[in-house]
Design a protein around this ligand. Structure first.
Ligand SMILES: [Zn+2]
Length: 141
């Protein structure tokens, strides 16, 4: 695995738990994580395993493999949470390591409201995290 010294994501995206999230699953190209902040219900993040700042730095094989995993995770989240739409967000402004935010959107959400990751915080109980993660793991195979 290629990591970049000083990249906070390279150092902790493979851990069972880090400051921001829990590990749900690992695929060939990605780690799937469940953010502790569930302000967006069902929000998960799919991190590229190796360090890259931009999607265009990936080989064709990596790009196809990684994107297929992102789509597979989105399909799983759709099956479980049944949103009206999945949003895909790739920013990397705070940390440039390539990662997709998978954000289910519901009828009650304002479709014009911008996605702001740190706008609000909603934390679950320990039991709540365990239940949500095990639900996702059962479908995400
Ligand atoms: Zn990195």
């Amino acid at each position: 695995m290629h990591t970049v010294e000083g990249c906070p994501m390279c150092s902790d995206i493979s851990l069972e738990e880090n400051k921001q999230s829990f590990l749900i699953s690992e695929f060939d190209y990605s780690y799937v994580r469940f953010p502790k902040n569930q302000y967006y219900k069902g929000w998960v993040v799919v991190f590229l395993k190796r360090h890259a700042n931009e999607l265009y730095e990936l080989s064709d094989e990596e790009l196809v493999g990684y994107t297929k995993e992102v789509a597979h995770v989105a399909k799983t989240i759709n099956e479980i949470y049944k949103p009206v739409k999945i949003n895909y967000a790739v920013f990397g402004s705070l940390c440039p390591h390539v990662h997709y935010h998978i954000i289910p959107r519901f009828f009650e959400d304002d479709p014009h409201a911008p996605i702001k990751m740190d706008e609000k915080e909603k934390f679950l109980t320990d039991e709540g995290y365990k239940e949500a993660i095990s639900r996702i793991r059962k479908v995400l195979v």
